[in-house]
Design a protein around this ligand. Sequence first.
Ligand SMILES: *Cc1c(COP(=O)(O)O)cnc(C)c1O
Length: 357
Amino acid sequence: MKNTFELNKILRPHIISLAPYSSARDEYTGHVGVFLDANENPYGSVTEEHYNRYPDPYQAEIKQKLAPIKGIDPSRIFLGNGSDEPIDLLVRATCTPAHDYVIIMPPTYGMYEVSANIHDVKIDKVLLTPDYHIDTQAVLNAITPFTKIIWICSPNNPTGNVMQQDAIQTLLENFNGLVVVDEAYIDFTETPSWISKLDENPNLVVLQTFSKAWGLAGLRVGMCFASVELIKILNKIKPPYNISLPAQQALLRGLENQESKDEMVADILTQRAALHNMLEELSLVIHIHPSDANFLLVQFEDAKAVMDYLIGEQIIVRDRSRVALCDGCLRITVGTQAENEVLINSLKKYQQTSVIV
Ligand SMILES: *Cc1c(COP(=O)(O)O)cnc(C)c1O
């Protein structure tokens, strides 16, 4: 099989012909005038800040600022209510419930499976290899005429590693559906983004987020980069005002402050190395998986006991020990130097009390 991708062949037919909701601010896009078109409150808001006007449905100002940062035209950017929104919209646009399939590669981010389940879309699971890479041949074998999306997470959550470039390229070239590369942790790796490969690969979709490196998880803004045609479809099926006004305002300020993101990322990378070194010294740690993200996947002799002990100390990490290929593993987010030391001191205390003499 060789790629003969055509967007209209993988979109659900009713989505192609769908007439979108036309909001007041779609029909008139000027900024000055007497606005009596959207049934807003003309006096103001119950808060000090004024939120009485609907926000820009397409976030033009943000995309204008974001485009040069990402090296892509604004027409190829979609912004959503977290990455969760484009994940959901991509499934809705392409997968007919109880009929179509997506491929996911456990262990990976949980939302790909959840959003398929929400829409009653079928899932083919192809496990990563034991060293957490894509099993390219197994994925190719799993593709059927009903497969619409292959979900790839790179760097992968919860394993922390970057997926092989040649494997992703092979899937792009041999699959007529969408290959989505979720790059939520791209700022923590030297590996370049797949955004630069969008031109050559019409079936490639790249997801990023403001929730991790940018420190804006509470704003709920995710990014999707794709062909102009696919972005138009996502815009057509999204809720009209999916990014709130305060989120848009905060994001505009944040984009002026890229250096602050870079400084925080540099600190997190320093702390990641320090945490790795400190964990390595502990005898209860069996293995620390190499990480290109802002967390470490750590295998313990008795993950459940460690997890319970840490909770007693009010230190919360993520138990991944029951996830495929992650036996005995806890996922530990890299904290500040002080937080990481609290964790390490606690683990040392646990180690001492659990040694039976
Ligand atoms: C954290 C994370 C996201 C971000 O989700 P948001 O909805 O943007 O907060 C996306 N993908 C992966 C793999 C993640 O780990």
